[in-house]
Every structure is written in structure tokens, then in C-alpha cells.
Design a protein around this ligand. Structure first.
Ligand code: F6P
Length: 356
């Protein structure tokens, strides 16, 4: 992009866990800004790059094909100016001034967008957001990009695990990502025909899981798949088994649920069980077709918001249309599986909903 004296200067960053489609979103911002000959200032490693004024060079020759690539060419981190606001918020403002930024596009999940919203509201910085997370847990948008690619990865891996489960007559307990939301586990589990799905939104008694598996086994079934969300809430005789430790944001720590469930199934039923954590494979590799196009559109919409100087907004998908919403709305409430969704697929989820 050539820089005329009056060219708009637009910073861009990607923050938080990477998600397939980040590069497509960058590409969408870049392509739309080319129409007005704006200059893109790409920061390295999320808010960390803005705090420390670290930028990367983007080669215009490779920008179009970016849409196909997973990860983020900008790098990412969970750095946040509000961890030490007294020190880092002034540093963010200094970078804006030094780089003569007219705007900044922050592409990220909850943490990244919360910081964007506060910098806009409290400091008046010209920021717009693009929502991303494989967890799909941001309100104000129907879906976030990266989610469907992660679902596809998890579904494919569950499909593949069936052959080894069948061969050894085992229960495979598959732990999926998603933090405190069961979206990935629910979609992948239903799509792969998992016999049981455990999600944070519907705490279950382990006895219910055992009972379901016993019933299946009694029909002659020799293997089964249990899809477990890393943040699922499991009870044993009314006592919560999942971690009650909290992280720095006051949320329950996730992980380890798969191993715990597998061990207990094997012990209670004498049915050999193995746990597997799908982990970061769910967000690795190139984005699927939907996420490529979706992310491109969200990026282009964010660039449009910049051009119209509508700061404090975020691009979003609402009822199938790409539109924009206030950043404050986006970070308001975590979006989790609704009771309606769970009831619709109650065959998979075990019906009794016990409170933790
Ligand atoms: O928020 C995205 C996510 O992939 C979650 O599903 C998962 O719990 C977390 O990030 C893993 O974080 P990290 O990459 O820091 O291990």
C-alpha cells in the first residue's frame, strides 16, 4: 500500500488463542482498505505489540493467498493493557500517537475485545473489533469464525477413533476444547454420533452416564464414544468432581475431565475405556471454506466501520447477515448452549439436569 500524505493509518492486531480464519480476516481488512489507499500498521502478538510498539511487515505479494492459511501471520498473545493499566494504557496511547494511527482493528475473543471496548470507552481510542474464537461463546454474533473448522476437526477425529474403539471393544472418551461453553463438543459430538455428550451447560451425575452405557451394552454394543467438553460439570453422588479452582478471571479451570470420566467408566462398568484430549489440533491447520469466507467478510466489514469512523463497534453475524454491533454488547454476556438446543438433542445429552 502506498502512503500518500493524507492516507488513513490503520493498526491491526490478533489477540488470544489462534483460530482458523484469522489470516482471512486480516486479508479482508487489507483488501477493503486498499480501496481508499489506507496504510495498514500490523502489530505483532496482540495487545503486547501495541504496548511495546512492535510491528511486522506484510508482503503485499502474498496477501491474497493469506485467506487459505491457518494461524495468524501477526502472531498472538494474551497480553492485555488492563493487567497493569497504570503502566500499559499510557504505552498503548503513546504507540497510537507515535504511529499516527487513525484507527485500530482488534481481532480477538473475549479478553482482546474487552480491552478494545475499555480503550474506546475510557480513553476515546478509535478502535473497532472483529470477533474470533473457536469456542463460539461471544454474544452479539451468531457464530465466530474458527468454530466450524474446529468442529470439523473434532468430528473427523471422533470418526477416526471409532475404528480403534470397535477393534478393542472400548469406550473412547474424547475431550474437546471450548472452555466454559459446550459448543464444539455438542456440534462435533452430534455430528459424529457420540453415544453420550457431556457439556458444562448441563451438569450430570456420573451414574447417569454409567446407566446409559450399561443400557447400550445390554443391546450388544461393544464400543462407544463419550464426547466430553473440557469445562463440563460432573457430579458423583451430588458432589462436583470437576475442578473448583478458579483462574485469574474468576472462571473455573478447565481440563482433565476426559481422563477422569474414562477412569470411572472402566472402574464402574468393567468396560475398558481410554481418554484422548484433542487439544490444539482442533484449532490447527487451514480454515474450512465457511470460515475463510466468513472471516473475510467480517474483516471487510470492520474496515468499512473504520472508513465510516464508526468506532467502538464490532463486525458480527446476525440472522445470517454481516452487520455491526456495539463492542459493549459483544463482551456483555458469555454465549453458551441454550436449554432448547440441548433438549432438541436430548438423546445425546442425558436428560436429567442436576444443579451443581
Ligand atoms: O479459547 C480458545 C481455546 O482454544 C479454548 O478452547 C482452550 O481452553 C484454550 O483456548 C486453550 O488455551 P491455550 O492455547 O492457552 O492452551
Amino acid at each position: 500500500m502506498s502512503e500518500g500524505p493524507s492516507a488513513m493509518r490503520v493498526g491491526i492486531l490478533t489477540g488470544g488463542g489462534d483460530a482458523p480464519g484469522l489470516n482471512a480476516a486480516i486479508c479482508g481488512v487489507w483488501r477493503r482498505l486498499q480501496d481508499v489507499e489506507a496504510v495498514l500498521v500490523p502489530f505483532r502478538d496482540g495487545w503486547g505489540g501495541v504496548i511495546e510498539d512492535r510491528v511486522v511487515h506484510l508482503d503485499p505479494r502474498h496477501m491474497h493467498e493469506l485467506v487459505t492459511r491457518g494461524g495468524t501471520i501477526l502472531g498472538s498473545s494474551s497480553a492485555n493493557p488492563y493487567r497493569d493499566p497504570g503502566r500499559d494504557v499510557p504505552r498503548v496511547k503513546a504507540t497510537f500517537a507515535r504511529r499516527r494511527l487513525d484507527a485500530l482493528v482488534a481481532i480477538g475473543g473475549e479478553g482482546t475485545l474487552l480491552a478494545a471496548e475499555r480503550l474506546h470507552r475510557e480513553e476515546g481510542l478509535p478502535v473497532v473489533g472483529v470477533p474470533k474464537t473457536i469456542d463460539n461463546d461471544l454474544s452479539a454474533t451468531d457464530f465466530t469464525f474458527g468454530f466450524f473448522t474446529a468442529v470439523d476437526r473434532a468430528m473427523t477425529m471422533i470418526d477416526q477413533l471409532r475404528t480403534t474403539a470397535d477393534s478393542h471393544h472400548r469406550v473412547m472418551v474424547v475431550e474437546c476444547m471450548g472452555r466454559h461453553a459446550g459448543w464444539i463438543t455438542a456440534y462435533a459430538g452430534v455430528a459424529a454420533g457420540a453415544e453420550v455428550i457431556l457439556v458444562p451447560e448441563r451438569p450430570v451425575e456420573l451414574n447417569e452416564v454409567f446407566q446409559r452405557l450399561r443400557t447400550l451394552r445390554a443391546t450388544g454394543k461393544e464400543s462407544a464414544v463419550v464426547a466430553v467438553a473440557e469445562g463440563c460439570r460432573i457430579l458423583e453422588d451430588g458432589r462436583l468432581l470437576s475442578s473448583d479452582e478458579k483462574d485469574e478471571y474468576g472462571c473455573y479451570k478447565v481440563g482433565g475431565a476426559g481422563e477422569m470420566v474414562a477412569r470411572r467408566i472402566q472402574h464402574a462398568l468393567g468396560w475398558e475405556a481410554r481418554a484422548i484430549v484433542l487439544g490444539h489440533l482442533q484449532r490447527s491447520g487451514p480454515p474450512g471454506a465457511f470460515d475463510r469466507i466468513f472471516a473475510l467478510r467480517l474483516g471487510a466489514k470492520a474496515a468499512r466501520l473504520v472508513m465510516e469512523r464508526r468506532f467502538g463497534r464490532m463486525s458480527a453475524l446476525r440472522n445470517g447477515d454481516v452487520t455491526d454491533v456495539a463492542l459493549s454488547e459483544a463482551v456483555g454476556e458469555r454465549k453458551v448452549l441454550s436449554p432448547t438446543f440441548i433438549d432438541r438433542y436430548q438423546d445425546f445429552f442425558l436428560v436429567p439436569a442436576l444443579s451443581p
